[in-house]
Ligand binder design. Structure first.
Ligand code: R5P
Length: 297
């Protein structure tokens, strides 16, 4: 039982000190509920406001793509340097150690394989299962301009409704069809539609021309996908440019796990994202940590 004596003479109510009313560090998040903000703060480091998401969910439509044949061997050793793991629930339950404390962003849409029309996705996880898995966010593909545009947007709005019920944010992933133009105009359209319809943050691709216009008119944070494998220095330059032009982080897969030295590469990416390091210095770090000779740049 608590000591009653100690409650008789409270010493100091700090009556003259107003309680702090802190804002929230993340763009567009100030008016969300506590649990949702807390999950976002596990994804985005409150110190930098940014995130390094390690993406290895590719198998949900591609199968065992290069670098992801054995996730236990290629990805699990990289976990210490990731802020967030983006993956499917199948890999989470079968391969990822439950003792990991990293934020989990769970792939929540799927259906077609690479052999079919990719925009024909459905929701592929129940929100209760995502909560059971302690997911920090749910990720859904949105195909603006794609064959099943409306269906994919409805997937997203349903997920926003379901996730918000439990305080779980939704990451909208803008997916670009093979024959569509990847330019700032398209990404302004796609990211803004996602945000307007409730996504809490949006993943898109980096474009050289006008990327800052994409980030500036999207009212929630944007992270960039890494995309196809580039030479390491080029990938670091892309990440640095995206950050300088308003991105709140990267959701990077192939440019890390297909690197010659994945552990060195993710640390170099962290230096750019969280440390504002120049790509050239980060590349030096990559070479030093990976003990590999430069082949480009
Ligand atoms: C698509 O397979 C997923 O959304 C990936 O998580 C995303 O494309 C990021 O991976 P990468 O950097 O390899 O493009």
């Amino acid at each position: 039982m608590a000591d009653l004596d100690s409650t008789e003479d409270p010493r100091d109510f700090h009556a003259g000190v107003p309680q702090r009313a802190d804002g929230f560090f993340l763009k567009g998040g100030a008016h969300q509920d506590w649990g949702l903000k807390n999950r976002l703060a596990r994804i985005f480091d409150p110190a930098s406001g940014r995130t390094v998401m390690l993406a290895f969910d590719h198998g949900y439509f591609q199968g065992p793509t290069t670098g992801l044949e054995r996730i236990d061997l290629s990805i699990v050793p990289l976990i210490p340097w990731a802020d967030t793991l983006m993956l499917t629930r199948g890999i989470l339950r079968s391969v990822i150690p439950p003792a990991t404390t990293k934020a989990i962003v769970l792939r929540a849409s799927g259906g077609p394989s690479v052999l079919k029309e990719l925009s024909d996705e459905r929701l592929a996880v129940a929100v209760e299962d995502a909560v059971r898995l302690n997911a920090a966010a749910l990720a859904v593909q949105v195909f603006v301009g794609g064959e099943h545009e409306t269906q994919s947007i409805e997937n997203m709005t349903r997920l926003v409704d379901l996730g918000t019920r439990y305080g779980v944010p939704t990451l909208a992933v803008t997916a670009v069809g093979k024959n569509m133009v990847r330019d700032a105009r398209y990404f302004r359209l796609a990211t803004r539609i996602c945000a307007e319809l409730g996504a809490h943050y949006v993943k898109t691709y980096y474009v050289e021309e006008g990327f800052e216009t994409v980030t500036s008119c999207c009212p929630v944070p944007i992270v960039i996908a890494g995309g196809r494998k580039l030479p390491e220095l080029d990938a670091l330059r892309m990440a640095a440019n995206a950050i300088q032009r308003g991105a709140a982080g990267v959701d990077m897969g192939r440019n890390i796990f297909q690197s010659e030295a994945p552990a060195a590469m993710i640390q170099a990416v962290r230096a750019v994202v969280h440390g504002n390091e120049t790509p050239e210095h980060a590349f030096d770090l990559y070479r030093e940590l990976g003990r590999v000779q430069p082949t480009h740049g």
